[in-house]
Design a protein around this ligand. Structure first.
Ligand SMILES: [Zn+2]
Length: 630
């Protein structure tokens, strides 16, 4: 289809112009608008594929070759193809968008014989975006007219000065039936274009009228900064429409994807690895101005799976580098219900979702007005894991001073804990729940297990068995530790320097730790020349009986590689070994950071945060090292 469209287009946009667009376009910049890219080595970049669902990045971009390719789903192409796929544009629209970006004036041809003439026809998207851009200018100018006094007051009362209104492009839809419509028609936009854009609508009499009247307007932009719609706030009591009115679904405005403020917030979201989801336009403005630049809001719909998709790519949400989604709620029942619904929706996100409930039922905009910028930053900083929030919410409904109340609360809370996808976290929450309820761990654990098995929770007849707790000896973690020790014992000349450089603290299994210590006590693998003498030295240096037996075992067990081990195999093995412990440390550090109030413990917070950043960098380097050759 792509090739056909190219062929079809050859007679419309001049070939040399298309070539020029390709040449002057930075593919990395274009893709970075929607996908966060990190270095993949060798000048290449990678990120999470926007065309299929994935947790680790297989979407690769080669700026040198001007192409992108996904190893996960096989999609690929140039910058033009990327825009076509990612933004659902036609070939013409993509070329036009890139040309505008690169400042290239396109020339069009009817066919080969006719002379080139400028812009006879543009793609639909570009027309609708142009109509919106003209509408923004129109509405913005209206904001300083006499009729817009109420709109200016609305902004001022909420702490937004002229500069803030300018920054967000706020405007006013005047008290008139068709001022905007006429204005845009004069600029050459057609009846159909204005209706399709959602800016105008046919009246009962059949004439075209403005969609928004006597309202304060916020332009809604997509990731790239193009205005694709408006949000409109009611200002007058005799306006019997809803409080907020948004652009209807159009070819460019899909409310399930739209996040207000994303154009201004995207760089900080990618940089900080977190996003703050608030409920309204004024809350986004208040957060940004208060120093929470990662805030966005949904527009006229609940936060859903498509929004998660948009954010995951910005957050580069992978196993190693996980983003945080923080929801702010003003503490009312509706907000809490929305938060609890996350349990039903995307389970993958439960562990990374946080709730910030503002004090005194204030939204961020009200909070900033009443208590200042610091209070808004503090609200976000005092976020709480969704699971904790949900448990507290359930437990609070019961009287824990009575036995009946405690048992009932346990029955209601156990299914929530059972739903936690990350099974490693469950015991932690069982302990926490038991503590909160003031109960023993045992019955709580039984209730959670029963709920996990789909049995009625806490019933005295439920024959719940405790889950097996013996850790698997053949875990990948143990295996890689074993492999490293085998290399040190069997191939000390080859593996010695790299092996010695990785500290004993990186090993987890106690017996492995003992053998690692014995190798160090015997003088280190790098100094050994190998053979039976070396094995004897390590065995003698080992003061752990199980360790001594293991040394003999590992000295003869075949390495898990076909053929001779080489430096790359050693490097990959040692990287995989450290990878496990580094990701464990990242997890611990994150949970520690989460418990710290960055306002009152600023120094500690930033010290830990710095440590986290360098650990994450280390983890990425290890992941690349571990991927080499396997
Ligand atoms: Zn893909």
């Amino acid at each position: 289809m792509y090739a056909e469209e190219v062929a079809e287009m050859a007679g419309r946009i001049r070939d040399e112009d298309i070539a020029l667009v390709r040449e002057r376009t930075s593919i990395a910049e274009v893709i970075s608008d929607t996908v966060t890219l990190k270095s993949a080595g060798g000048g290449n970049l990678k990120g999470l594929c926007p065309f299929h669902d994935e947790k680790s990045p297989s979407f690769n971009v080669s700026p040198a070759r001007n192409v992108w390719y996904c190893f996960g789903c096989g999609a690929g192409g140039d910058a033009i193809k990327f825009l076509m796929d990612a933004e659902h544009l036609s070939f013409v629209e993509s070329v036009e968008r890139l040309a505008a970006r690169a400042g290239i004036q396109l020339r069009y041809v009817e066919d080969d014989r006719s002379a080139p003439r400028p812009r006879p026809q543009q793609g639909q998207r570009q027309r609708l975006v142009a109509a919106h851009a003209a509408a923004v200018d129109f509405y913005r100018a209206q904001l300083s007219t006499a009729g817009a006094r109420k709109a200016r007051e609305f902004l001022a009362e909420r702490g937004f000065d002229r500069a803030a209104a300018e920054r967000y492009g706020c405007g006013f839809a005047p008290d008139a039936w068709d001022l905007l419509t006429k204005h845009l028609r004069q600029q050459g936009f057609t009846h159909d274009e204005l209706v399709t854009a959602g800016l105008s609508r046919p009246s009962r009499s059949g004439s075209l009228i403005d969609r928004f009247r006597r309202r304060l307007l916020w332009p809604i932009r997509d990731l790239t900064g193009d205005v694709i719609g408006f949000g409109a706030r009611k200002l007058f009591d005799d306006d019997d429409g809803p409080k907020y009115l948004n652009t209807p679904e159009t070819p460019i405005y899909k409310k399930s994807h739209v996040l207000y403020g994303i154009d201004q917030a995207k760089r900080e979201i990618a940089k900080q690895g977190k996003v703050v989801v608030v409920e309204g336009y004024t809350d986004v403005m208040a957060c940004h101005l208060a120093g929470v630049p990662t805030a966005v809001a949904t527009c006229g719909t609940a936060f859903g799976a498509d929004h998660i998709g948009v954010l995951r790519r910005l957050l580069m949400d992978t196993d190693a580098v996980a983003g945080e989604i923080i929801f702010t709620f003003d503490g009312d029942a509706a907000g809490q219900k929305a938060a609890l619904r996350a349990f039903e929706d995307d389970q993958r996100f439960v562990g990374r979702t946080f709730i910030a409930v503002s004090p005194d039922n204030m939204d961020p905009c009200e909070l900033r007005l009443a208590k200042g910028d610091l209070a808004v930053r503090d609200l976000v900083a005092r976020r709480e894991p969704l699971v904790d929030f949900a448990l507290r919410h359930v437990i609070n409904r019961y009287d824990l001073d009575t036995v009946d109340g405690r048992v009932e609360a346990m029955r209601r809370a156990a299914p929530l804990v059972a739903k936690i996808k990350d099974r490693e976290k469950r015991p932690e929450y069982v302990r926490k729940l038991a503590g909160d309820l003031g109960m023993e761990i045992e019955p709580v654990q039984r209730a959670v297990l029963a709920a996990a098995n789909g049995q009625p929770a806490g019933g005295s007849t439920a024959p719940a068995r405790p889950a097996p707790v013996t850790p698997s000896v053949d875990s990948p973690r143990s295996m890689v530790e074993r492999e490293a020790l085998k290399l040190a014992l069997q191939e000390p000349v080859l593996a010695g320097p790299m092996f010695d450089a990785v500290e004993a603290a990186e090993y987890r299994h106690p017996v492995h730790v003992a053998v690692r210590a014995a190798i160090a006590a015997a003088g280190g693998a790098a100094a050994a020349s190998g053979g039976a003498v070396w094995i004897e030295q390590v065995r003698d240096a080992c003061d752990d009986l199980a360790g001594q037996a293991l040394v003999g075992e590992l000295a003869v067990e075949p390495l898990r590689i076909d053929g001779e081990p080489d430096p790359r195999y050693v490097s990959v093995t040692m990287a995989r070994l450290q990878w496990g412990s580094v990701t464990g440390r990242i997890k611990d550090l994150k949970s520690k950071i989460q418990r710290i109030n960055p306002v009152s413990n600023k120094d500690e917070y930033f010290a830990l945060f710095g440590e986290l950043l360098s650990l994450e960098q280390h983890a990425r380097a290890l992941r690349e090292q571990a991927a080499g050759g396997l």
